[in-house]
Design a protein around this ligand. Structure first.
Ligand code: PHE
Length: 349
């Protein structure tokens, strides 16, 4: 009896099992209790001895139960501690930090440079009326200049804007007749174009300055100052005659290549065994220049459409491609990289 009890106690693996054992041996209907009840049937002289024995067994089992219970509690505490162990000396997990897209970096930089020159920032709609996108900019229906920008139409009269130039008219109409007008308007534009240097969606920054006595020299000075703030004091600009219906005269403006320093060659390549004189620079295709914007003196018709008198004021306007500016800044030769959101590319900036 005692041995059975001892074995059962030792075998109990949990507090619940232990309680079962206690009930089985010492409970009201337990084995030992049964024995004690049955003692009445014994001859009187045997009762004291049997009583002593039964008490000894009960005490012994009670002591073992208490001991086993303590051991089980200790074991459970231990395994819980092990399972919930927390190493407070481990370094924390840092949430990965994102950063701005390279185009946004350049966009913000352009804004900062022009704000510094007294320009205010304006925002025009991406879904635009034909009227603002073309008509008021001196590009009537059927004008061949529309071909170059053939675009995404929503209806006959509404399209995704093909340039930021409609912001010129929208801004002047808000501002007229007050002077000066000094505005830049950055944003997305859309054209039916898709190759290594053209994307159907890209970004421009429009610029417009209108005042009494503004000259082409002011335009050149402003663009040169911008190029030097953007690419360093050594930057040069080059103007080539061009045509836009909304400026006269008009120019395409190149900035000296910041990657090869305008030489068109990458001389560092010599170190790695390239031919003497280096390799042609890929960013500017070996020319030393990168076309980044169109510009010109605001056409009298456009001034009039904006609410200004072309007999009394003149102005200049420009539109630069943010992707082009960024390619020149970072030495990137495929514009599509900006839009693929490949982290291997994007996290380099
Ligand atoms: N809107 C022209 C373009 O998209 C750029 C430009 C803007 C040219 C302002 C002259 C003046 O190519």
């Amino acid at each position: 009896m005692q041995r059975h009890g001892e074995e059962a106690i030792a075998a109990a693996g949990s507090a619940a099992e232990l309680e079962d054992v206690r009930v089985r041996f010492l409970g009201k209907k337990g084995l030992l209790t049964g024995i004690l009840r049955g003692m009445g049937a014994l001859p009187p002289e045997e009762r004291p001895l049997a009583g002593q024995w039964a008490n000894a067994v009960r005490d012994r089992l009670n002591a073992l139960l208490a001991e086993r219970e303590a051991a089980l509690v200790a074991r459970e505490t231990e395994s819980r501690l092990a399972a919930e162990a927390l190493d407070v000396t481990l370094p924390g997990r840092r949430p990965p930090l994102g950063h701005r897209h390279p185009l946004r970096v350049v966009w913000t930089e352009v804004e900062a440079i022009f704000r510094g020159m007294g320009y205010e920032v304006f925002e025009g709609p991406e879904i635009e009326y034909d009227y603002y996108n073309f008509e008021t900019l001196n590009i009537p229906k059927g004008h061949p200049a529309r071909d170059m920008q053939d675009s995404f139409y929503v209806t006959d009269e509404i399209l995704l804007r093909t340039h930021t130039s409609p912001s010129q008219i929208r801004f002047m109409r808000q501002r007229a007749p007050r002077l000066p007008v000094r505005m830049i308007a950055p944003g997305r534009v859309y054209r039916r174009d898709d190759d290594a240097t053209h994307s159907p969606m890209f970004h421009q920054v429009e610029g417009l300055l209108v005042d009494a006595g503004v000259t082409f020299g002011d335009l050149k000075g402003t663009l040169l100052s911008f190029a030097r703030q953007m690419y360093g004091e050594g930057a040069q600009i080059r103007l080539r005659p061009s045509y836009f219906p909304f400026t006269e005269p008009s120019a395409e403006v190149d900035v000296s290549c910041a990657i090869c320093g305008g030489s068109g060659r990458l001389v560092e390549a010599e170190l790695s065994g390239a031919p003497a004189g280096g390799l042609p620079c890929r960013t500017c295709k070996g020319t030393g220049w990168l076309e980044v914007l169109g510009a010109g003196m605001v056409h009298p018709v456009v001034l009039k459409n904006g609410g200004y008198d072309p007999e009394r004021v003149t102005g200049f306007a420009f539109g630069m491609g943010i992707e082009r500016l960024a390619m020149l800044k970072y030495g990137i030769d495929d514009l599509r990289l900006f839009f693929q959101n490949d982290l291997r590319f994007i996290s380099q900036f």
